[in-house]
Each structure stands twice: as C-alpha cells, then as structure tokens.
Design a protein around this ligand. Structure first.
Ligand code: NAD
Ligand code: UDP
Length: 368
C-alpha cells in the first residue's frame, strides 16, 4: 500500500514511519515542512530506501499535494499546529492549520475516492460535565468518561482562545463526517490522548526557539535537564491519561491494515490506566530522572505558576481526559500495554542521552 503521510515528519509521523519501514511492506510518501525527525530513516543505505520518500512541502500553497494523494492508496493527515502555547497567542494560525488547511486534503480524498485517516484530538471534548458539578457528583464515570458517540463537546467562551484548536479540529471532524454522509468519503478519525515518547516537540534553546513553549513532556524534560524547578500551571491540578507513542502506533497500524473495521469510525486512542494529575506527573518525572541522570531527587523541585503568567491571556484548560475504550476494543481488539513508570523511564533515558551534553554547553555559555 502507498501511504501519503501529511505532517509525517513530526513526532507521531516519525514513529509511524519507523514502524512502517521496519515491520511492513507499505510505502510512505511523507509530506512535511521539516524532515529532521525522520532523517535517520532516509537515504540509500537502508533496506527500505525504495519505500520511503520525503517531499518538502507546505500544504498551504502547493499544487503537488493532489497529485501525491491521487497516486497513493491511503492518506494520513497529521499536519497541525498542536502546542497549547500557540492556541491563545497564534489563534489565526491555529484555526487555519487545523481547519482551513485540512479542507483541500479532505476534498482531494473525496474527489479521488481515496481513504483518509485524519488526526483529530481528545481535546474536541473540551471540559468534562463533571467539572461543572459539585464534587460529590464527579465520581460517577458518566460525568467524566469521554465517549466518541455520546459525549458532548464543552468549550469555554470565545475570548478563551485556548479553544481555537479544539473548535477548529471539531469543525474538521464534522466536515469529514459530512463528506462521508453526502459523498461517500471513506474515513477514520483518530483522537489521541496525550501520546508521549522520544522525539516529542523540542527542547527550548537546543532544537527549538529559546522562548518556545512545547507540550508538558518537553517542558518538564527541559526543566529537569537544566536543573530548574518544574512549573506547575495553576498548581498542576488538571488530570491527563498518558499513552506511550509506541503502543499508539500499533493501533494506527491496525487501522491501516483493517479498512473494513476502521472505515467510518472515530477512535479514542489512549490509556485510561495511566491517569495522573500534572503535579503527580512532575513528581514521577523527578523520581525517574533522578535515577536516569544519577542526581539526588532532592535537588529537583516544582514551582506553582499561574496560567496567565505561563501561557498569557486567553488560556483555559481541559480538567480531565479519560478515554472510553469500547469502540477501539470492539473494532480493532487494541489495548495499550505500557504503564506510566516504564514509558517515562524509556523517554527520560532518551531525553538525557540526546540532550544532556547540549544543555551543558548552553549553560556554560556566559549570558549577556
Ligand atoms: P507534530 O507537531 O510533531 O507534527 C505535526 C507535523 O505537521 C509537523 O512535523 C509539522 O511540520 C507538520 N506541518 C504542520 N503544518 C504543515 C503544513 N502546512 N505543511 C506541511 N507540514 C505541516 O505533532 P504530533 O504530536 O505528531 O501530532 C500529529 C497530529 O496528531 C496532529 O494533528 C495533532 O493535532 C494530533 N494530536 C496529537 C496528540 C499527541 O498526543 N501527540 C494529541 C492530540 C492530537
Ligand atoms: N503544563 C504545566 N507545566 C508545563 C507545561 C504544561 O503544568 O510546563 C500543564 C498544562 O497547563 C496542562 C497539562 O500540563 O494542564 C498538559 O499540557 P500539554 O501542553 O501537554 O497539552 P494538553 O494536554 O493541555 O493538550
């Protein structure tokens, strides 16, 4: 199968490319503005070199996109601005990237009768019903469990621009669904729940801008590598379920290889057993990193910061995200495997090996 992977040079795309090259005979036609995270897979020396090609392309303004989609059996759309620090500070780019730029991709798939696997987000559910109820009612799963075919989508007001991403993603989900209903588009929508692992985002000042704010795994990794306190936004009380990206990619491969079971479906893809508050995540990362880097855990700490101070005006948060797994278990028989401790151990070993020398160099430079 030839797979056109738009945004395939990013975090998830890089893991999917690795899996496709190592364990399948599929061909990957990768479209992205950067190949940095997949450079290790490109080049003539690999046994799979004839099965992967990289097209340096911005999908906003490149007429070659339709030709690539037309020539492929399947399109996977991963392209997005998907770091929360951008949602309230670059709301126009966020909305264009997650909605407007996806429109031609969807249209080319419909017009050419091509299958589409589109990456949505668990954030389309927004806040839980429970977050609006008195504490004694919140314990009932029906007030916090997120179900693809049942749960409402609850966003904050328009001036809370945090929701520009979720709202744009949801509009794209609805457009895909409408193309399916009216024009027969064969689609699968994936809703990732905080997939994390090696190569996620960037370390500010090393392989990303000094003032850039990546997602929480990279923020906390950066703090740990520099020996700075881990910053807990509004006390770190929000809860998340974390899924190891390598488990997640197995789910995506099942979708690729089982169109009869995946077409027409929206899948939550997460690990309900790996739920922690952000504060608990920070404490766990401190314990794991102390072992990995052989430093005393007592030298590492956390610091409470307000969301306005950290993200600026217009930030808001999802309180809790627990995926209901009924649909993905029924359709694909997929279950996550890796507990949080193990996935943080693997990931922080990678972060330490990849970045600790670079950080030492940055820290040894005199500041102006
Ligand atoms: P990522 O930022 O690492 O990957 C996105 C890739 O898209 C990047 O390589 C980027 O260069 C590329 N891209 C963006 N705009 C482009 C354009 N105009 N033209 C060409 N390439 C472009 O993010 P990721 O974590 O790999 O996420 C992939 C998808 O999964 C996104 O749609 C994201 O919204 C969704 N998602 C991911 C998570 C997660 O847990 N990682 C959670 C929810 C949703
Ligand atoms: N967060 C934090 N400190 C940081 C970065 C993020 O406390 O340095 C919090 C953020 O406010 C949110 C959670 O961690 O509650 C997860 O943030 P992430 O950026 O990974 O994305 P999200 O899950 O919100 O989409």
């Amino acid at each position: 199968m030839s797979i056109c992977m738009i945004g395939g040079g990013g975090f998830i795309g890089s893991h999917l490319c690795e899996k496709l090259m190592a364990e399948t005979s599929h061909k990957a036609v990768v479209v992205d503005v950067s190949s940095e995270k997949i450079n290790h897979l490109l080049g003539e020396s690999h046994p799979w070199s004839s099965r992967i090609e990289f097209h340096h392309m911005n999908i906003k303004n490149d007429s070659r996109l339709e030709t690539l989609i037309k020539a492929s059996d399947l399109t996977i759309n991963l392209a997005a601005i998907c770091t929360p620090a951008d949602y309230n500070t670059r709301p126009l780019d966020t909305i264009f990237s997650n909605f407007i730029d996806a429109i031609p991709v969807i249209k080319y798939c419909t017009d050419n009768n091509k299958r589409l696997i589109h990456f949505s987000t668990c954030e389309v559910y927004g806040k839980t019903i429970g977050s609006f109820l008195p504490h004694e009612f919140r314990k009932d799963p029906k007030y916090y469990m997120l179900k693809e075919d049942v749960s409402p989508c609850i966003f904050g007001p328009v001036e809370k621009q945090r929701w520009s991403y979720a709202c744009a993603k949801q509009m794209t989900d609805r457009l895909i669904y409408a193309e399916h209903a009216e024009n027969g588009l064969k689609f699968t929508i994936v809703r990732p729940y905080n997939w994390i692992g090696p190569r996620m985002d960037f370390i500010p000042g090393v392989d990303g801008p000094c003032d850039g704010v990546p997602r929480v795994l990279a923020c906390f990794s950066n703090n740990l590598l520099r020996g700075e306190p881990l910053k807990l936004v509004d006390g770190g009380r929000s809860q998340r379920t974390f899924l190891y990206v390598k488990d997640a990619i197995e789910a995506v491969l099942l979708m690729i290889d089982n169109p009869e079971r995946a077409n027409g479906q929206i899948f939550n893809v997460g690990n309900p057993d790996n739920e922690v508050s952000v504060k608990e995540l920070a404490e766990l990362m401190i314990q794991v990193y102390a072992k990995v880097a052989s430093v005393p855990a007592s030298s590492l700490s956390t610091l409470d910061v307000s969301s306005e101070e950290f993200y600026g005006k217009g930030y808001d948060d999802s309180d809790r995200r627990i995926p209901d797994m009924t649909i993905i278990t029924r359709q694909l028989g997929w279950k996550p495997k890796t507990p949080l401790n193990k996935l943080l151990d693997d990931t922080l070993q990678y972060q330490h090996q990849t970045y600790s020398n670079a950080i030492k160099k940055v820290l040894s430079k005199p500041s102006n």
